[in-house]
Design a protein around this ligand. Sequence first.
Ligand code: ADP
Ligand code: NI
Length: 213
Amino acid sequence: MKKDIIKECKIYIKELFSFDHSGHDYLHSIRVYNTAMYLAKDEKDIDLEVIALASLLHDVDDYKLFDSKNYNNAKAFLEKEKVESSCIDKIIDVIKEVPYKAKESARPHSKEGEIVQDADRLDALGAIGIARAFSYGGKHDRDIYSEDKIIKNNNLTFEEYKNLNSDTISHFYVKLLHLSSLMNTKKGKEEAIRRTKYLQDFLDEFFKEVNMK
Ligand code: ADP
Ligand code: NI
C-alpha cells in the first residue's frame, strides 16, 4: 500500500463532500477516522490500514448523498491508488456493515468492522451528535420538536425508519438514545454511555424550558 494513501484519501473526501454541510461532511469522516484510531489503540490482530481507509471512505457511497451503486466511489479511489484487490474487498466489507438501519442494522463480522461502526455511531452522540441532528433537521425542513407527538418507537424496520419524516427531537428517541446499547467494543461503549448522558441532560433541560409555565 502506498505510504501517503491516507493523505490522498483525505484530499479525495474533502473534495467529494464539499457540497454537504448537513452532518455528512468531510469533518464527520475525519472524526470517524480519528475515533476509530482511538478505539483501535488497545486492540490486537487488527489491520489498521483497513480501519483507516474504511473509516475515511465509509460515507462516500451513502444512498442519501450519491447515486453511486455497488460502492463505486470507494472502489474507484482504492483502485486508482493501486490497493490490492483482497484489501479492497476487506475495506468494502467493513463499509457495508457500518450504516445504522434501525432494527435491521448489521452486527459487524470483523474486529475492524466493529471499530468503524462504533466510531461512526459515536459521532451521532454527545455535543457533536446534537449539532448534527439539528443540522440534518434544518436541511430537511423538519420541526425542532412536536407539540403533541414526540415519537418514541425504537423498534422500527429500516423502511419505517427511513420514511419517518418526524421532528428532530423524536430522532433522539427513535435512534440516538439507543445507540449505546448497540456498541461493539468496550472502549466504544464507555464513550457512548458518557455521550448519551450528555444527550439526556440536553433533553432534560430542553423540556424544562419547553414546559415552563
Ligand atoms: P451516519 O451514516 O454518518 O451514521 P446518518 O446518515 O444516519 O449518519 O445520519 C447523519 C447524521 O444526521 C447523524 O448524526 C444522525 O443522527 C442525523 N440524522 C439522521 N436522520 C435524522 C433525522 N431524521 N433527524 C435528525 N437527525 C438525523
Ligand atoms: Ni457516517
